[in-house]
Write a protein that binds this ligand. Structure first.
Ligand code: HEC
Ligand code: CU
Length: 347
């Protein structure tokens, strides 16, 4: 974007069309990307975007009509009417604009909207769909797979789902109201503490999608992003199998190298974080497969070598106000060893 603006220095703008082209270009950049509703990747999202286009078209027609009427009022000649004629015209406007127009437009919207809403409902299917539970916390995502063969699988800040089949998302909030929204897959749904809301979404094909908390939930609301990836069914099953508590615990047992890091973890971190086979804290994200994730802090920084240590040292500056205490009381070398060990947690 910065590039476009630089190119638009005054000497270079020759035709009056250039600013317009720039504006349209900038607007259209909003249409691409992994969080664009205009780039649907599932049937529910296609229905939603269809309604969006219809409403945009309808809104544009109304805007043009109103503008034409408005311009007309400047042009038309003064006419004198009797009070009876005035009343008749006023009545026409009230009936036409106040009753007929809304009835017609709302009926049209319902005709489009009801089937779309229906598609997002978790209605009974002959074969029960996969269920994934998503829990919103300030400011991270807990994701649970209750139906995994061999026992429930838990992860955080990433959501892996099977492609090409409907998936029911059961969502709730742990502290305040959040909202679950994967724009390319369909409508959003509130995550309300004490209540489980359900939405059915389907991804046509394997792909990576962005997701975002869509209900203001406090200071770091914008930094509450979720990595969503749809994969083939067998890849999904393998992904779940590798995250069984037993599997992960066996990996930890064979790891002599990081003994002291694990001890430091038990002292400083275990009360808030779960690492399968080691601890069961629930106040912070599950870290059992942290090394295999793409980002840290719910999309705050990319996962790369040394990123975990960086996060442990600077998380207060990176994500001000987040609910993890500062680790100033822990030696830098210990934090680094914790970072090195957590990086190896890749099932
Ligand atoms: C009081 C609870 C608490 C303690 C103690 C705690 N954390 Fe956290 N931790 C959190 C919370 C809450 C978050 C989520 C912050 C956010 O993204 O908003 C978090 C985030 C993290 C993350 C990023 C996880 C992700 O999914 O991106 C890592 C890594 C982490 N903590 C490691 C540690 C380590 C190592 C220790 C011990 C030195 C520790 N934490 C101690 C609560 C805690
Ligand atoms: Cu939010």
């Amino acid at each position: 974007m910065r590039l476009c603006i630089q190119r638009l220095t005054p000497q270079r703008v020759k035709s009056p069309g250039a600013p317009l082209a720039l504006l349209v270009g900038l607007l259209l950049t909003g249409c691409a990307g992994d969080k664009s509703i205009l780039d649907p990747a599932g049937q529910a999202a296609r229905d939603v975007v269809m309604i969006w286009w219809v409403m945009l078209g309808f809104g544009t027609v109304i805007l043009v009509l109103v503008t034409v009427f408005w311009l007309y009022t400047f042009k038309r000649k003064e006419v004198t009417r009797t009070p009876a004629e005035e009343r008749k015209i006023a009545r026409r406007w009230i009936i036409g604009g106040g009753i007929v127009l809304p009835v017609v437009s709302i009926t049209a919207l319902l005709a489009f909207g009801v089937p779309t809403g229906q598609r997002l409902l978790p209605l009974p299917l002959s074969e029960p769909p996969e269920v994934i539970e998503v829990i919103g916390h300030q400011w991270w995502w807990e994701v649970r797979y209750p139906g995994a063969e061999g026992g429930e699988v838990v992860t955080s800040n990433q959501l892996i789902m099977p492609a090409g089949e409907p998936v029911d998302f059961h969502v709730t909030g742990a502290d305040v109201i959040h909202a679950f929204w994967v724009p390319r897959l369909g409508g959003k749904i509130d995550m309300v503490p004490g209540r489980v809301n359900k939405i059915r979404l389907e991804a046509d094909e394997p792909a990576v999608f962005g997701a975002q908390c869509a209900e203001f939930c406090g200071a770091q609301h914008t930094q509450m992003q979720l990595y969503v990836e749809a994969v083939e069914r067998d890849e999904y099953d393998a992904w779940l199998a590798a995250r069984q508590t037993g599997e992960l615990a066996a990996l930890a047992e064979n790891d002599q190298q990081h003994e002291s890091a694990r001890e430091a973890f038990m002292t400083h971190c275990a009360s808030c974080h779960r690492v399968a086979g080691l601890s069961s804290g629930e106040l912070g994200p599950d870290l059992s497969d942290l090394g295999s994730r793409t980002s840290l802090g719910a999309g705050m920084i990319a996962m790369e070598e040394g990123a975990i240590t960086h996060w442990l040292q600077h998380h207060r500056d990176l994500k001000p106000g987040n609910k993890m205490p500062p680790h100033d009381d822990i030696e830098t070398a210990t934090l680094a060893s914790l970072g090195d060990w957590l990086e190896t947690l890749t099932p």
